[in-house]
Write a protein that binds this ligand. Structure first.
Ligand code: 3HC
Ligand code: NAI
Length: 657
């Protein structure tokens, strides 16, 4: 079957697109649509329906074409043909009409959608703005504020919401083609004209709307170009004629498309999808059914992990050491759900349903029919081995046994069981109900179907999985060490904590490394170092400051002081001269002459430290591919997506010279 087909059904012309997997608007598709619309102008059709085969309506421009020279006809050329068709065109939407796909629907004269469909303009997530009229047509239908929300968030809306926003005209039930043809017949009976969105005018409710969005986005999407350009375009929809608005949109779209930010975000889009694939494992590798899950340990991590499963309707058994510990764990989960309810993202009934899916126990006999058990007890290797021995004795054959350990050797944990093929690491990130990253750690004996099941399950619970080999700290935490060490050297050489954190935050990190240390507690690293030999600890310059801080009782936020001093009420942080003195004294001890470091030098040294360790991880085969490391850092450690992850960033900066 060709990519675009045209069929006359009585007096209705049906244009069908068939370009799997998501009907992306490739060059061939654009040519095909234009030809079909032209053909339809001269036949017996009185109205046209544009619809897609397969799982979805058009999901956008073909992102794979973006790095290549543009080929005419462009998407705006195609939309002009649709909009100027003498016969009305009805877009019939199922799946997701996204980006250029939704813009195509907006250039048609009427839109109907099945109830399960979603529409949206997610370009901002690729460092772009809608480049084919989305910023001009959306406000003409839905108003400027709704358009700003939709385009700057990039979040799709349901068909019902789109109906309420005037973005679709009808929500239909049953077979899409039948329903769309029925709708087209109704329009014919009403003599409905080829109604063009461009002929409407967009009115803004309040004059300060645009400035408000500019300010909000400067904070929420700090450092990003596209969101600010989107505001300019939507403002133009209100203040300028359509063609001038379109011209501005096109100019700013092309600017975004050529920007390093968009290149980085497009890289991340494909990197995220690649990361889910395991080299050497066929797509049809069997998976095990996961219908019942147990979590051992209901602390900081265990509670969050349990929520992930309850959120998708999978019952969870939470194993703790005592009834009080169960109550404490369930209490924290309850509180977390209540926060979600108070934000309006969940209703009380849904909260109760989810809570009802989580049961506590202290009895391992309750684990006999579990499909998956995830251990999340204290980071103590002997305790973990003891627990895996118990799991081996209690769980049914074929149950998957996972550890959430941050650093321990998965093979040693597996060796405590008689079934190492069923054991792997599932390393969640804190807060586990929020953070998207899930490192799937493959042990020497982990079976293929166990790995495949974990990768698939990650998607079910809304996580982004990355496969890691078994080494100290796996991919992410292993890279933290040289990153943290470089930060310590910068302090000794002359940076202040506030300068260093600000430099990294301005670069785009969610937080600077020293503020992160204060948040997590400096005693954690201190205790971990105590267990190491002098050789394992490495260069004292890389830990003398945090050691001294802990010995001064400065454990971080929880003790009111660490690298900074914290306001006991607001937790606001302030630089502390006592720390500056400590750093100067330590530098003198090591004979380091302090100097002024530029922010650029700090960023360069810290990001290079990450990338250097990343290269080693790659050489050792711990990560499958360079882009997987970028995914780990963007989804687990707050590395700015618009910089593309540490490996991509290092390559970009090296290429720039
Ligand atoms: N271009 C090229 N390939 C695309 C694509 C696109 N727009 N969207 C998805 N794909 C590919 C994916 O890379 C993946 O390929 P793979 O199988 O080789 O890894 C395959 O299609 C399936 O994608 P997913 O694994 O993501 O499938 P899901 O079912 O989970 O999700 C989706 C489907 C919701 C459509 C999701 O793929 C998505 O969000 N796509 C991107 C949508 C988007 O950003 N559109 C805007 C593009 S920019 C634009 O339109 C500019 C315009 O304004 C001018
Ligand atoms: P935590 O101290 O908050 O919770 C541990 C829980 O395990 C406690 O509630 C404790 O009562 C329970 N427990 C101890 N022994 C038990 C046993 N024999 N049976 C059942 N329950 C038992 O610890 P946290 O922070 O949740 O860490 C758990 C694991 O997750 C560790 O291996 C840690 O390295 C890892 N991890 C921690 C992260 C974090 O940021 N906190 C991030 C990623 C992984």
């Amino acid at each position: 079957m060709s990519i675009v087909s045209y069929e006359l059904i009585d007096n209705i012309g049906v244009i069908r697109l068939n370009y799997p997997p998501v009907n992306a608007l490739s060059h061939a598709l654009r040519v095909g649509v234009i030809e079909a619309v032209q053909q339809a102008q001269d036949d017996a059709s009185e109205i046209l329906v544009l619809m897609c085969e397969g799982r979805t309506f058009i999901a956008g421009a073909d992102i794979r074409e973006f790095g290549k020279p543009a080929q005419d006809p462009s998407l705006p050329d195609m939309l002009e043909q649709l909009e100027n068709s003498g016969k009305p065109i009805v877009a019939a939407i199922h799946g997701t009409a996204l980006g250029g796909g939704f813009e195509t629907a907006l250039a048609c004269h009427y839109r109907c959608a099945v109830k399960s469909a979603k529409v949206g303009l997610p370009e901002v997530n690729l460092g772009l703005l809608p480049g084919a009229g989305g910023t001009q047509r959306t406000p003409r239908l839905a108003g400027a504020e709704a358009a700003l929300d939709m385009i700057t968030s990039g979040s799709p809306v349901s068909a019902e919401k789109a109906l309420a926003l005037n973005l679709v005209d009808r929500v239909v039930e049953g077979d899409l083609q039948e329903a769309a043809i029925g709708y087209a017949r109704e329009l014919l009976e009403q003599n409905a004209p080829a109604r063009r969105v461009r002929d409407l005018s967009a009115e803004s409710a309040e004059p300060e709307l645009f400035d408000r969005y500019r300010k909000q986005l400067a904070k929420r999407k700090r450092g990003q170009i596209a969101p600010q350009h989107i505001v300019r375009c939507v403002e133009a929809a209100v203040t300028l004629p359509m063609d001038e608005g379109l011209a501005l949109e096109r100019k700013l779209f092309l600017e975004c498309k050529a920007s390093p930010q968009s290149a980085a975000m497009r890289h991340m889009f494909f990197a995220e999808r690649e990361a889910a694939k395991v080299e050497g494992l066929a797509k049809d590798t069997p998976t095990r059914d996961i219908n019942k899950v147990a979590i051992i340990g209901g602390g900081t991590m265990g509670g969050g992990i349990a929520m992930n499963f309850a959120n998708v309707g999978i019952p969870v058994t939470l194993v703790e050491i005592s009834d009080e510990a169960i109550e404490r764990g369930l209490g924290i989960i309850d509180k977390n759900y209540s926060i979600t309810v108070s934000k309006g993202k969940l209703n009380e009934d849904q909260k109760q349903q989810r809570m009802a899916l989580i049961q506590g126990t202290t009895n391992y006999a309750d684990l006999a029919d579990m499909d998956l058990v995830i251990e999340a007890v204290f980071e103590n290797p002997d305790l973990k081995k003891e627990i895996f021995k118990k799991l081996d004795a209690s769980c049914k054959p074929g149950a998957i046994l996972a550890s959430n350990t941050s650093y321990q050797d998965i093979d040693q944990i597996a060796a405590a069981t008689s079934r190492p093929q069923d054991v792997l690491g599932m390393h969640f990130f804190s807060p586990a109900n929020v953070m998207k990253l899930l490192e799937i750690v493959r042990g020497e004996h982990s079976a293929d179907d166990v790995i495949q099941t974990a990768m698939k399950l990650a998607k079910t619970i809304g996580k982004v999985p990355v496969l890691s080999g078994n080494c100290y700290g796996f991919i992410g935490n292993r890279m933290l060490k040289p990153y943290g060490s470089e930060a310590q050297l910068c302090l000794l050489e002359g940076a202040t904590p506030a300068q260093l954190d600000a430099a990294m935050q301005n670069f785009g990190m969610a937080m600077g490394p020293l503020a992160v240390g204060d948040l997590a507690g400096l005693d954690i690293g201190y205790k971990a170092r105590e267990a190491l030999t002098e050789e394992q600890k490495g260069d004292p310059k890389t830990f003398c400051i945090p050691d001294a801080l802990v010995e001064m009782g400065r454990l971080g936020q929880k003790s009111g002081a660490g690298y900074y001093r914290y306001d006991p009420e607001t937790r606001a942080r302030q630089p502390d001269p006592e720390v500056d003195e400590l750093i100067a004294a330590k530098a003198a001890e090591f004979g380091i002459e302090r100097r002024e470091l530029s922010d650029d030098e700090i960023v360069e040294r810290l990001t290079s430290a990450l990338a250097r360790e990343g290269e080693k991880i790659l050489e050792e085969g711990i990560a499958q591919r360079r882009s997987d490391i970028d995914v780990v850092y963007a989804f687990g450690y707050g590395f700015p997506v618009y910089r593309g992850g540490p490996m991509f960033y290092a390559q970009q900066t090296a290429a720039e010279g």
